[in-house]
Design a protein around this ligand. Structure first.
Ligand code: XUL
Ligand code: CO
Length: 439
């Protein structure tokens, strides 16, 4: 086992169970434990986000780096990238996590020219391939960073410059090659700068057509190279761009449908993006799932008092339970997983904090899974919901839904009936019942 950067964690984090007081042990996440038809690791498919946990420095708008990472010390960019990757895989192994996710620019530095940048990526992909082989850790998804370089400040696929759109396309091609080479199970598009700041300089229709074409080119290239992973779009309403075109699940589904791309994509729903859009996490999951398009999850949380993407580790059991109910009800995430798109706080300066953060996130989702499975097994909500819509199972309900009854038919029927009686929605009773399971 690799052991250089996290020497004080000598062996993989153990499962010690509920009574344990060891902060470096799992209390609920027990990989091989069966929950319903699958093991916990099969249900949850946890992943580490390379960018936050291994590239993050703790800098913010008001202050410089606060996290002095040993793996960032080598001066030469490629040496630094290799040290970072070794630290990452040591961490994955010691945490006992099965997956990781990256942006092209997380794992490999940009060079002086685009071709040097591509060569750096290829070098680091070969390094990652070896480390994946040595450790058994797999790639959940890859993506291209189309938002940090200032050339993308006015958009990538939606840039007003055709040359920049072409550059972004070339970058995606290379990121797709890298993801395929590493056996990535999915590929994510997050449109960080795909939106607009002001209508004074923007043609929305043109930009949306560009975005659709950009995604179509990726679909064509995926087919050309035989990449079998799932394409995912990650909705987010704002930050960095004020109005993003993929602002929430509903808007993204509509966009994909309008441009005939729906068959090629699913959604990657992020908790903090949902709340920034004015929705709950479970709302976004449920909207995606109802359309058969919930593909993967970026697991994190925001802060109720702060209006930006704080990317905190998930700790709220109510939220993880609600999320797992949606995920279990659609029989899992398929090739997707739960990626911790979350960062330790700026003041959590010890590399050990990365362990505490991930252990907390994994235990929170493991508890959510256990609670959700019981709620589903005992039909706590499903029996009520089925009863609530039962009038559609026969009579006029069935006739309306099957298309047999139109407006004239329903009028005829209504005139023969007494005034409808509407049963209570029982929200408070159901809230109490869910709380009874949250232990
Ligand atoms: C940004 C965000 C990204 C995507 C991948 O808010 O969530 O890290 O997950 O580009
Ligand atoms: Co994300």
């Amino acid at each position: 086992m690799l052991s250089k950067y996290f020497r004080n964690v000598e062996k993989p984090i153990p499962f010690e169970g509920k009574g344990s007081k060891n902060p470096l042990a799992f209390k609920y996440y027990n990989k091989e434990q069966r929950v319903g038809a699958k093991t916990m690791s099969e249900h949850l498919r946890f992943s580490v986000a390379y960018w936050h946990s291994f590239m993050g420095t703790g800098s913010d708008m008001f202050g410089s780096a606060s996290l002095a990472r040993e793996w960032h010390k080598p001066a030469a960019p490629l040496d630094r990238a290799k040290a970072t990757m070794e630290a990452a895989f040591e961490f994955f192994q010691k945490l006992g996590i099965d997956y990781y996710c990256f942006h092209d620019r997380d794992i490999a530095p940009e060079g002086e020219t685009f071709s040097e940048t591509c060569r750096n990526l290829e070098t680091m992909v070969q390094y990652a391939k070896q480390l994946q082989k040595d450790t058994g850790v797999k790639l959940l998804w890859g993506t291209a960073n189309l938002f940090s370089n200032p050339i993308y400040s006015q958009g990538a696929g939606t840039s007003p410059s055709a040359h920049v759109m072409a550059l972004a396309g070339a970058q995606v091609k290379n990121a797709l090659d890298a993801t395929k080479e590493l056996g990535g199970e999915n590929y994510v598009f997050w449109g960080g700068r795909e939106g607009y700041e002001t209508l004074l300089n923007t043609d929305i229709r043109q930009e949306q057509q560009q975005m659709a074409r950009f995604l179509s080119m990726a679909v064509d290239y995926k087919r050309a190279i035989g990449f079998g992973g799932q394409f995912l779009i990650e909705p987010k309403p704002a930050e960095p761009t004020k109005h993003q075109y993929d602002s929430d699940a509903a808007a993204t589904l509509n966009f994909l449908r309008q441009y005939e791309l729906l068959d090629h994509f699913k959604l990657n729903i992020e908790a903090n993006h949902a709340t920034l859009a004015g929705h709950t996490f479970e709302h976004e999951l449920a909207v995606a799932s109802a359309a058969g398009k919930l593909g993967s999850v970026d697991a994190n949380r925001g802060d109720l008092l702060l209006g930006w993407d704080t990317d905190q580790f998930p700790t709220d059991l109510y939220s993880t339970t609600m999320a797992m109910i949606v995920i279990l009800n659609q029989n899992g995430l398929g090739s997707g997983g739960l990626n911790f798109d979350a960062k330790v706080r700026r003041s959590s300066t010890d590399p050990l904090d990365l362990f505490y953060a991930h252990i907390g996130g994994m235990d929170s989702f493991a508890r959510g899974l256990l609670i959700a499975q019981r709620i589903i097994d005992e039909k706590v909500l499903s029996a009520f919901i089925a009863g609530r819509y039962s009038s559609f199972g026969s009579g006029i309900g069935a006739q309306m839904m099957s298309g047999k009854a139109g407006l004239a038919d329903v009028e005829k029927w209504v005139l023969t009936q007494p005034h409808p009686v509407l049963p209570s929605g029982r929200q408070e009773m159901l809230e109490n019942m869910v709380n009874d399971y949250l232990q």
